[in-house]
Each structure stands twice: as C-alpha cells, then as structure tokens.
Design a protein around this ligand. Structure first.
Ligand SMILES: [Zn+2]
Length: 410
C-alpha cells in the first residue's frame, strides 16, 4: 500500500480520535458541584443549563467530525480527487486557471459539507439556549459575502503561489512565503476599515462615563487609544466580546454592544486593560512572527513534496500538477499542523495569564477582571470544568477558574 496514503489515513483518523477522546474526558469531568469561585454568581439551575449546553455542543461536534472525516476518507478512496482533476482539466484552461478551478471545486464541496452543520448550530443549538440572534437573511448574506471575499482575496493569492511554483524553481517556496506574508499583512492593515464593516456596524463609542474611564486608563498607561468603537455584536448573538484588530494608524478596538450592556464600566476597563496588556507585552508581535514562521515552514516542506509521484498515487491521480500537489500536501500536513496548533495554544494560554496579570497590576483592581470573567462565563454558559487534555489539545485561553485563581494569588 502507498506509504503516503497510509500516513494520510492514520492522521485523519488520529485527528478524529483525539477529538473523540477529548469530548469523552470533558463529559466525564463535568462535576455536580459548582466550582468554589462561582458559588456566589451561579445558581444551580444555570449551572445545570451550562452543563446541558456543553453536552449538546459535544454531541453536535461529534456528529460533525465523524461524518466529515468519514466522507473525506470515502471521497479519497473512491477516487474523488482524481474525478475532480479530470473534470477541471476537461475545461482546457491554462495551468493557473485550471488550478483555481480545482481549488474552487474542492472548496465548494467542502463548504457544502459544512453548511448543514452550520445551519444546525446557529438555528437549532444556539437558539435552544437563547443565544442566537442571526436571522436567516443575515446568515445567507454572511455566507455570500464570505464567498466573494474568498474569491477576491484567496483567488489572487493562490494564483500567485501557483505562478511562483511553476516559475521560480528551487527558490519558489521563498517567493511564495514573501508574497503571501505581504498580502496577509496588507489585508490585516485594511481589514478594520474595509472588511469588518461589511459584516458589522462600527460606531465610535459615545461620550460618557465608560468612555471617560477607558480614556483615563489608557492615558495613565501611555497607550494611544485611537479607534474605540462599539460593534453591533447583538446582530448575531447575545454572547459578549471585545477585540483589538489591525495595526498602526488603522488599529481598532471594538467593544460588542452586548458587552457594554451587561458589564460595568469598571469591568470593561479591566477587559480593555487586558487587551492593552497583549499589545504592551509584545504578544501581538510574537504571535505574528510565529504565524509568519509557520507559513515559511509550510511552503518549504511543500516544495519538497510537490512533485512526489507517490503523493499523487495516494490520491489516485496519474498526471502530476502543481495545484493538485499543493492540495494533497496540505492534507498530508495535517499532523504537523495539529502539533503546531497545540504549541500555539500553549503560547497563547501563557499570554492570557500575562495579560491578566498586567490588567490586575495596572488597574490595581484584580477583582474587576475577576467579575468580568465570571459574568462572561456565566452569560455564555461556558464549561467551567474542561478536562486538562482538552485544554492542552485545543484551548487558546486557560480555563476561567484557573485565571481567577491566578488573579487572586498575585
Ligand atoms: Zn487575551
């Protein structure tokens, strides 16, 4: 049997198995007792509901991962990738256009596979627990806008990569790395102004107690607070959030309207302090460098496997091509990408503790952040007792109880 095929099947099944183990451990770890830190915030009825929500999400995820893993394996073994290749070749376009069609076709199939799950999550699961605010109209328009953006941004990027691999010889991976990095940086730069407003309304945070408090804090910390916006998060969900985006002059801080509604100005200041901590402690820069290095590794490894006959044979494709090589390599890369994801998660969790400590020491009031975190977790019915294995495998943030303990111990 083809060694690449064996590796791919093992890694697809392995990724599925890790998810299944993590869900099993999480379900076993649901404790009847409310964690001590939450006894004053959560009543037993809400706690029971949060566990129901955790279990319901787990069941949906389990069905989704099982069905999609099975379908990908069936598609692969039944020669689906070769069928798609013959189909796009028959159109008789040049190598780059053929490649774009190939990715487009496989991308559409994969989106079609994900769509029913996405509909179920939004309109059944999230609705049942009172979170969903997305109307069918918004849902459809979101998908269409996403599709247009993928074509407009992803299309030229992919065309560039195909062009470099077809033309630049041994140095192609370096060209691809430089090119995709530049395009991604440019998009991150313009996104707050051009892309995010396509999905949400951003209005400057109005003057008042909250704005004054945030500005005073930022001024004390010598942080230039440009672009402080209120975002209509309530258009899609009742869940609250806040984020920093972009860099340089186009940087934006967005507070969800749901956050402002449900939290005190002191709590929101603590959340802002945490976000400023990420920026001041160099986390944003470090994560950016890590992601650029990750892209470099991907292209370098890709260049080593692109014309491996064995890789094409694993997918039942006789005629080699750059575009199919790219796609097949990305699938072969699954375990590496999983390991890198675990490493990035560990780094990100470390950063979260550091940003929490920054917020606690600069505001001088760790309890403000504690109460913000508690309210956020209770309002979103978060799982308060995830198993350490799940945290290790997939959490970008430490479990909230551990964050609260760290804030109180400092
Ligand atoms: Zn954070």
């Amino acid at each position: 049997m083809n060694i690449y095929l064996v590796l791919i099947l093992i890694s697809l099944a392995g990724a599925w198995l890790l998810g299944a183990i993590s869900r099993h451990l999480d379900a076993k770890n649901l404790s009847r007792e409310v964690p001590e830190e939450f006894r004053d915030t959560v009543d037993s009825e809400t706690y029971r509901r949060s566990q129901e929500y955790t279990l319901a999400k787990m069941r949906t995820e389990s069905v989704e991962e099982t069905v999609s893993t099975a379908l990908v394996i069936i598609f692969l073994l039944a020669g689906g990738f070769a069928w798609a290749d013959n189909l796009v070749r028959a159109a008789g376009f040049g190598p780059i256009a053929t490649g774009l069609c190939y990715f487009g076709l496989i991308g559409l199939l994969s989106a079609a596979l994900g769509l029913p799950f996405s509909v179920y999550n939004t309109f059944v699961l999230e609705k049942r627990f009172g979170f969903n605010k997305t109307t069918p109209g918004t849902f459809i328009v979101d998908r269409l806008k996403g599709l247009v953006l993928t074509v407009l941004i992803g299309g030229p990027m992919l065309a560039g990569v195909l062009l470099f691999f077809g033309w630049a010889g041994a140095a192609a991976w370096l060209w691809c790395w430089g090119f995709t990095t530049l395009v991604s940086l440019a998009i991150t730069y313009v996104a707050p102004q051009w892309i995010l407003p396509l999905f949400n309304k951003f209005s400057p945070l109005p003057d008042g107690e909250l704005r004054t408090m945030l500005e005073e804090y930022a001024q004390r910390e010598g942080f230039e607070l440009t672009g402080l916006y209120l975002m209509d998060g309530s258009k899609r969900s009742t869940k609250a959030n806040a984020f920093f985006t972009g860099f340089g002059k186009k940087k934006r801080i967005a507070l969800f309207d749901t956050l402002v509604e449900r939290h005190t100005p002191e709590e929101i200041t603590a959340v802002l302090a945490h976000e400023i901590g990420h920026s001041k402690l160099g986390h944003v820069r470090k994560m950016l460098v890590a992601s650029i290095l990750k892209t470099g590794l991907l292209f370098w490894l890709m260049s080593l496997f692109l014309d491996s006959k064995g890789l094409f044979a694993a997918f039942g494709v006789q005629e080699t091509s750059i575009y199919a090589g790219l796609l097949f390599f990305v699938i072969l890369y699954t375990p590496v990408s999983l390991l890198l994801g675990i490493a990035a998660g560990a780094l990100s969790r470390k950063h979260e503790f550091e940003a929490d400590a920054f917020a606690a020491s600069t505001t001088g009031k760790p309890e403000d952040l504690v109460s913000a975190l508690k309210r956020l977790s209770v309002d979103t019915l978060s799982n308060l007792t995830p198993h350490p294995f799940t945290v290790w495998l997939s959490y970008s943030h430490p479990p909230v109880v551990r964050r609260i303990r760290a804030l109180r111990e400092a």
